[in-house]
Design a protein around this ligand. Sequence first.
Ligand SMILES: Cc1ncc(COP(=O)(O)O)c(C=O)c1O
Length: 374
Amino acid sequence: MMITTMVDLAVDLSALEHNYRQLRGLCDPQVKLLAVVKADAYGHGLLPVSRKLAAAGVDYLGVGSLEEGLMLRGAGINLPVLLLLGILPEEAARAVAADLEVALFRLEVAQALAAAAGQQGKRAKVHLKVDTGMGRLGVLPQEVLPFLGGLKKLRHLKVMGLISHLAVADQEDKTYTHKQLQEFTSVLGAAREAGWKLPLSHIANSAALWELPAGHLGLVRPGLMLYGSPPSPQRPPPVDLKPVMSLAARILQVKRLPPGSSISYGCTYTTPDWCDLAVLPVGYCNGYSRLFSNRGEVLIHGRRAPIRGRVCMNLTMADVSGIPGVKEGDRAVLLGEDQGAQLRAEELAGWAQTISYEIYCALGTANLRRYTGV
Ligand SMILES: Cc1ncc(COP(=O)(O)O)c(C=O)c1O
């Protein structure tokens, strides 16, 4: 993590709470909400984000590893927590001791959890993961009933429900998504007919939360929209989302270059004219992608300044010709708002041909975070 007072990565927890309430408003009141806070809350910070959402009334938290779950418990957060990636068999005792619920797709893990729960006088809660078309974790739909059959003897296991993940819920064409949901509800129905109660089954990510109400079931599992980004930048959701993360930096140097000057490694940009250049103390070590080279923009005095030349490890150059009065020490905004102008994570993602998720994870985990609205 880069520690420097020249760079300011801010996380606005009041925006997070605002987004949470917006998402709540899209669901029926009886639908539970699991906030996906894996990957250090998409780079926003596991504990501050989880504390804020817990105070706001979130029902469940979803993390990516046993360690993240244990961190929540260590911080005194006693909400139900689901380990979305499951666990290794050898992690079972610690998961059970901390009352962490587990996404399940391996019989060995079920056996390890049941054994640990038996020893600890508990019942381990699991959510059976079904691969309805994501092609990632989970048992195939036709394997669900035999798998459940294999769990019957494990008295110390409580199967909470089936869970699945949608592959293209963010796309306008919902054909595949409906197919996945149909596959899911039909296997859920079959399992219930076979006698399994399955009180809490879930499939809806952010995109399904706003575009697939039929997929809400008992619980929705949004991540991205909590952090203020739409799942599909082309189709803004019908709620007001406020970006939670922002990134600013102080200008290290301003200088005037004559026509024909090269800028940064590789001499990939040559000034066609006189150029006023601002040098910023941010680079790819800060999670600011090198793919932004000659493509991205930053905000200075509320105006857009194009990035010139390659983004370096710690430095990036922006063209401030035509922006009057720019001086050393002035603030440049690389993500967020400046005097009414805005750079959203979706735009940065577009420069690098990636998604806003990656922008948040990269910036948020590489820089020291400052929290507001705590
Ligand atoms: C299993 C699972 N559920 C829900 C989510 C949340 O998805 P989104 O951030 O698109 O809302 C994720 C995120 O990757 C996930 O892996």
